[in-house]
Design a binder for this molecule. Structure first.
Ligand SMILES: *Cc1c(COP(=O)(O)O)cnc(C)c1O
Length: 384
């Protein structure tokens, strides 16, 4: 027998009490019973997004709401800036292309965070750009971007910022309202601790204004339709059938997050990430993103001569643990250990201990226990 674990930066593990909610009998959504659940969920989402603005819920994966942002915020022929630090950042450019939007790419070297000074320069050189698309946590490289500074720089240039916080929300501190982020979106199978299938968008009044002049087409993903149902009726509602069972699950997950408290959730992620990095480095491996490391996942460079896909495969096939490999141009070169959502110190010990054994299996005989010891020391110091 082999127990199965998921240590990927999405999908992430789900607490048992959240899984159990999925077994509730289906209810009709146009009932006072469901409306009360949706209202509680909406309040939980505002807590999670750190905002008092409405947070829209769509039955969708994360990429769906990325597409919704382009559809609602842009017009054909419009010039925008995409500030990217990797594979997911670059997805903004691909979506823009489909909608006839000219996206100029400001791409950081993979493994580095976006430099706000570079964004400032690009915006100065293209004053017609009124919209910048970027990423809070770049999942492909394990980098966290400085959204507070980026938002300031973008606003100083008279533009609006759109942030993909799909893997960042709940791991990296993000003060949506206090920092003035114009549009921010996320997806359910990451920090929300529920299965894939829900995605969320919070649009500040500045972004709502932009949607009114934006001419690209949208129907299901219309923010106008979603916001009307969310704010103009007695109880928050959705224009189309909501993903009822997933909403019931996310309500429960948000309750757990509220009990722990957002600051504590951020602190836990920071501590788990620090312990993971310490373990990896003590083993003698190199971090892919040492300068701006993500609190949601740790990207590690595979040792010389070992394809990172093989590390991934050995984790999964020999030890039942799903981690993540490298994507696009770092495929085969890095592997990624997720510590996002429903994760605690024991998971990190398991992950690092398994990494040592995986390396042994692949012929790299690192001294056993050195990584575990380094991780334990951090976990003790951080009370995790
Ligand atoms: C996971 C992820 C996505 C894509 O989400 P899907 O739900 O797979 O569409 C986009 N951006 C980031 C930063 C992600 O981590």
């Amino acid at each position: 027998m082999r127990k199965k674990y998921i240590m990927a930066p999405g999908p992430t593990p789900i607490p048992a009490e959240v899984l159990a909610e999925a077994g509730m009998p289906i209810m009709h959504h146009r009932t006072p019973q469901f409306q009360a659940i949706f209202k509680a969920t909406h309040e939980g989402l505002q807590m999670f997004f750190r905002t008092k603005q409405p947070v829209m819920t769509f039955a969708s994966v994360g990429t769906g709401v990325m597409e919704s942002a382009v559809a609602n915020m842009t017009s054909p022929g419009e010039k925008v800036l995409v500030a990217s630090a990797g594979h997911f950042g670059n997805r903004w450019k691909d979506i823009c292309a489909v909608f006839g939007v000219q996206a100029e790419l400001c791409e950081a070297e993979w493994g580095q965070a976006i430099d706000p000074e570079e964004v400032k320069k690009k915006l100065k050189a293209s004053p017609e750009v009124k919209l910048v698309f970027t990423t809070l946590n770049e999942t492909s490289t394990g980098v966290v971007n400085d959204i507070q500074t980026l938002t300031k720089v973008v606003h100083e240039a008279g533009a609006l910022i759109v942030v993909d916080a799909i893997s960042g929300l709940g791991a990296a501190p993000c003060e949506t309202e206090a920092w003035g982020v114009d549009l921010i979106l996320s997806g359910s199978q990451k920090g929300f601790m529920i299965p894939p299938g829900l995605a969320f968008v919070c649009a500040a009044p500045s972004a709502v204004e932009k949607t009114k002049i934006a001419k690209n087409p949208r129907y299901y993903f219309s923010y106008d339709k979603a916001l009307k149902k969310l704010t103009e009726e007695k109880m928050p509602d959705t224009p189309f059938t909501p993903a009822i069972s997933l909403i019931i699950q996310v309500r429960k997950a948000l309750e757990l997050i509220k009990e722990e408290g957002m600051e504590n959730v951020w602190k836990r992620h920071a501590g788990l990430a620090k312990a993971t990095r310490a373990g990896v480095e003590a083993i003698g491996l190199k971090l892919f993103a040492p300068k701006a490391p993500s609190p949601a996942l740790t990207a590690v460079i595979a040792p010389e001569g070992i394809d990172s896909g093989l590390i991934n495969k050995t984790f999964r096939d020999t030890y039942g643990i799903s981690i993540a490999g490298g994507q696009a141009k770092v495929k085969g070169k890095i592997f990624r250990i997720g510590h996002l959502g429903y994760v605690d110190g024991s998971d990190i010990i398991l992950g690092i201990a398994t990494l040592e054994m995986v390396l042994h299996k692949l012929g790299k005989k690192v001294p056993l226990g050195v990584g575990v010891k380094a991780a334990q020391e951090i976990l003790l110091a951080e009370n995790l």
